[in-house]
Write a protein of this length. Sequence first.
Length: 255
Amino acid sequence: MKKSIIIILSVFAFFMTGYAKEKPIKIAISKAIGSKSYETYSEWIKKYGNNIETINLYGLPIDSAKKLINQCDGVILSGGPDVNPQYYSKPQDSSLCETDNYRDSLEFAIIEQSFKFNKPILAICRGLQILNVAKGGSLIADLPTQRPSNIIHQCELPDTCFHFVKFANSRIITYASNNTYKVNTNHHQGIDKLSSEFRAVAFSDDSLIEAFEPIDTSKYCFIFAVQWHPERLNDPVVSDSIAVKFIRKIQEINK
């Protein structure tokens, strides 16, 4: 009898321990391998919860990547090379770009699957650009030659270029309208025509769109896109607040 009670109590303790642990948050990252800069995405987002797991999708067959999206709680579209101009009806600009056709195909599939299953999406740099293209927007293929400006958006050495962005009212991230913040910058492409699904919520001083969110926030679970690199910034406003809002939305869904 005593032995039976001990066994029952042990089983009860096992299950209670399991319930006490937080459910893992699985976040798919479109590319999180290949260099230190890609690995930084995982390191950054894991700082905002001890139960966060990341899954790199780059290199997988596209069908396998789509299946993993179904099992994940959120998606980060990471930075990287240019989106092929053929996808936004400017094939003549291809010579100005360095492209990765596999990655384009992979990320368009990831975006489609994420929309299908209403997964939260955080889009960074290239991620902002391909998300805009996926929803019918277009890009400037090369800012220095096609849209000259006194704002430097890209330097030879990453994280050596910075500029200010001015925020409009956002429905997703709590930014005060007309407040300005310094961000890092490392891109030579930018948004030309913004998708009709999105509204701009931040601009650089030369009026380039630096962040957007959905117009209809009830249509999408969570979408926030930024042109800078929050994963490489130590800033409570333009780095921490973005990650925290993304993770909190996932936690809210998982309850």
